[in-house]
Ligand binder design. Sequence first.
Ligand code: SF4
Length: 177
Amino acid sequence: MKKIVLHACCAPCASYPIKLLLNDGYKPVVFFYNPNIFPYKEYEIRKNELKNYCLKSEIDFFEGTYDIKEFYSLTNGYKQEPEKGKRCSICFNMRLLKTAQFAKKNNIDCFTTTLSVSPHKNSEQIFIQGRLAASNSGVEFLEYNFKKNDGYKISRMIAKENNMYAQKYCGCMYSMR
Ligand code: SF4
């Protein structure tokens, strides 16, 4: 099976993409790089839930660094932006660029992200940042629109079956409002 790096933000959102990628003949390698998540306790909860699900599903799991200072320095000036605004594009870019670099470093030639599963996110906005990250790193970004074909509904069903923790906000402190 061909390996693909799957950037994942949490276990519920990763559940359906893992299933679909396996069905499509890929072997996903999960990369958790989400320094946007605040507070750190919430970050740990989301990370551990995903790590346990990967262990159970026999999927490799890797964690990036918690560069929260980097996130604040990049998004400073965009605190008041609504979701789907400029701050979110910066946030996607930061996470996808690091994912592309991780793929390159590990000789995996493509990557994608679970972010598109959410009905609260604009897939094209994510894809623009995925393409940019890919062109800056020399790996391919696969434009999986995971919310298609009831992807979000299926991911919530899998999350429920597995008693997964489900967060109530996107991730950063601004999205808690
Ligand atoms: S709302 Fe979500 S996508 Fe947007 S900046 Fe905050 S954590 Fe990132």
